[in-house]
Design a protein. Structure first.
Length: 427
């Protein structure tokens, strides 16, 4: 059974937490004791019907304010699929939390309040979805009960968002009218939407094809660990363990180890301690090479005829997550998959207004939640692909050397034309 990772995003009070609570409640994925606790808390607050948003608003501050602050993760399953849900905050100041939750998502549900339509936060979250190259988008027009389930209201919102989606290059966009509070169109079809010919939300989630999102063309294998037991029984054993992030490897394939450029062939492939003829992403494997060459953690084993870029200077779109401002010349650790190198932010070219897409050149300092185009210089070469082309090998993070806190999320661009961001959005 495969897993769908998805995130909900929307403005404050658009009903994200209620939607997730409704999915869990109607799909019978809530434990009895958990349900009883939520019912007690609802009564204590003097409210009538059970408040399903309490299932995800786990922090005391969230419940007191009725908002989401941190990313809440929930897990549930149906007979068809397992799900991991990230409930992202709607406030502008928590943009970094949304980026964190969306970084591994297969799908994003963008909620729109039917009363307000497409607003600034809707555009902001849509831009972030485009930046992170999330493969699937569901636009859920919520609170349809508050506009009398009007088809015209829904149709106008679809037209407005379609223009946003087209300008940002969002892929696989599906629209659905819902009422999370009442459960309309969440798990089953609602009689209130006689004019809607699509399927309910849960059915959409169950049938989204995620296997097509895995790149099986470009073979990339970051080495996480070198297995060298050096025992009498396994005296000559040398295996390279890790997760195959993209592509397919077969026994006898010619490979290149980056950044060193050393070449060899695959001698054997192991999965779960058993030898196999081939492996494909996203399997965890152990590779054995024919030649005894120098391979270490952080190196990338790639197909000989399909090499990624290797460089010490990276052009990136950077979402700043640090509480301390970013300035040119700051030093950090850069991590891309298992490779960790020292780096310096060489140049900050411009800051992006994620509401208007206007560029502010030479911004000087960069504050929390800002998105900028920057150049990063690394102490040693790293192997990478363009984030837009291969998400699994095009993302990196910046880590504060003192506190080990992640302070930046990078999306690498290759090649780098003058209007790189425009190309990035419109590919």
């Amino acid at each position: 059974m495969d897993i769908l990772r998805f995130i909900t995003a929307g403005s404050v009070d658009d009903g994200k937490s209620t939607l997730i609570g409704r999915l869990l409640y109607d799909s019978k994925s809530i434990m009895i004791d958990q349900l009883e606790a939520i019912e007690r808390q609802t009564k204590n607050r003097g409210e009538g019907d059970i408040d399903l948003a309490l299932l995800t608003d786990g922090l005391r501050a969230e419940r007191e304010q009725g908002i989401t602050i941190d990313v809440a993760y929930k897990y549930f399953s149906t007979p068809k699929r397992k799900f991991i849900i990230a409930d992202a905050p709607g406030h502008i100041q928590y943009t970094r939390n949304m980026v964190t939750g969306a970084s591994n998502a297969n799908l994003i549900i963008i909620l729109i309040d039917a009363r307000h339509g497409v607003i600034e936060q809707t555009r902001r979250h849509s831009i972030i979805a485009s930046l992170l190259n999330i493969p699937h988008v569901i636009v859920a027009v919520n609170k349809m009960d508050m506009v009398n389930y009007s088809e015209d209201v829904y149709a106008n919102i679809v037209i407005d968002f379609a223009a946003v989606a087209s300008s940002l290059g969002l892929k696989n966009v599906v629209y659905i009218p819902i009422s999370a509070l009442n459960g309309d169109n969440i798990v089953g079809r609602s009689e209130n939407f006689s004019w809607y010919e699509g399927t309910p939300l849960l059915e959409l989630l169950e049938n989204v094809e995620v296997n097509d999102d895995i790149d099986l063309t470009h073979a990339r294998f970051p080495v996480q660990y070198v297995i060298r037991p050096q025992t009498d029984v396994l005296h000559d054993y040398r295996g390279y363990a890790g997760k195959l992030i993209s592509g397919i490897y077969k026994k006898g394939d010619k490979i290149t180890v980056l950044p060193s450029g050393l070449q060899s062939r695959i001698k054997t492939i192991e999965i779960g301690g058993k030898e196999v003829a081939e492996a494909f992403a996203p399997q965890s494997i152990v590779l054995h090479l024919e030649d005894n060459i120098d391979v270490s953690r952080g190196d990338v084993i790639v197909a000989e005829n399909d090499l990624p870029e290797t460089a010490q200077e990276l052009e990136v779109l950077l979402c700043w997550m640090g509480n301390k401002p970013l300035t040119e010349g700051n030093r950090y650790l850069l991590q891309i998959n298992s490779r960790l190198v020292k780096s310096i932010v060489k140049e900050i070219e411009y800051k992006l207004d994620v509401n208007s897409l206007q560029k502010q050149y030479q911004p000087g300092t960069v504050a929390l939640n800002d998105i900028v185009k920057a150049t990063i210089k690394t102490a040693s070469p790293v192997a990478f692909d363009a984030y837009k082309a291969l998400r699994a090998n095009g993302g990196a993070i910046l880590i504060d050397e003192t506190s080990n806190v992640t302070v930046g999320a990078c999306m690498i661009q290759v090649p780098v034309p003058e209007d790189a961001f425009d190309d990035f959005l419109n590919e």
